[in-house]
Design a protein around this ligand. Structure first.
Ligand SMILES: [Zn+2]
Length: 196
């Protein structure tokens, strides 16, 4: 099984930062992606980033890369796209906060199962998980990176880059470790449940 990690956006993406400019989503998610890869490899799991460039790679290209690897592995890959949430345009501090996980509207059973594994992991770690309704851990949205990839695919929104407390947490060592571990432990849980 190969774990594909997608880090959202690039250095040329406009906006996508905290109002004080201390957190830039493209930079932060690349750092977390790197830590997740190391964490998975340390557990003997094959993992790689599908975007190694610093610039923004179009979604269509990212989907094509993931689908090529999925075919090469004989249908043995999953994809996790890592982001930070925002309630506004990034010019003001707002109050929305917490962690959430998304699948596409056309999500497979396996995509939903992967999302649940990460959501349950976050809850176990006492993280506030935003839910669309009680009893459902994942949100459904029309997301190209999940919709146009053939492998099980989810997207995580790791706290809000326009919430002051969330940004403090995200930038702390504790926060970076937590975001990393939600991914590493959640993915491992999914792989255990879906051994093949
Ligand atoms: Zn994003």
């Amino acid at each position: 099984m190969k774990v594909l990690i997608d880090n959202g956006h690039g250095e040329n993406t406009p906006g996508k930062r905290s109002p004080d400019g201390r957190l830039r989503e493209w930079e932060y998610t690349r750092r977390i992606a790197g830590m997740v890869i190391i964490g998975l490899r340390n557990k003997g799991i094959d993992a790689e980033r599908i975007v190694k460039e610093m610039v923004d790679i179009p979604l269509s290209v990212r989907c094509r890369r993931a689908n090529t690897i999925y075919r090469e592995t004989g249908g043995n890959a999953i994809l996790v796209s890592i982001h930070c949430n925002a309630a506004g345009s990034g010019s003001d501090w707002l109050s929305a906060h917490g962690w959430s996980v998304f699948v596409s509207n056309n999500a497979s059973v396996n995509s939903k199962s992967l999302a649940v594994c990460l959501g349950e992991t976050a809850i176990k770690k006492d993280v506030f998980v935003r839910q669309p309704m009680p009893g459902q851990l994942f949100w459904m949205q029309n997301l190209a990176i999940c919709r146009d990839t053939v492998c099980p695919a989810i997207l995580t929104e790791n706290f809000f880059q326009d919430n002051k407390e969330d940004v403090e947490y995200l930038l702390s060592d504790e926060g970076k470790l937590m975001v990393t571990q939600i991914h590493v432990d959640g993915i491992i849980d999914y792989l255990k449940k879906n051994k093949r």
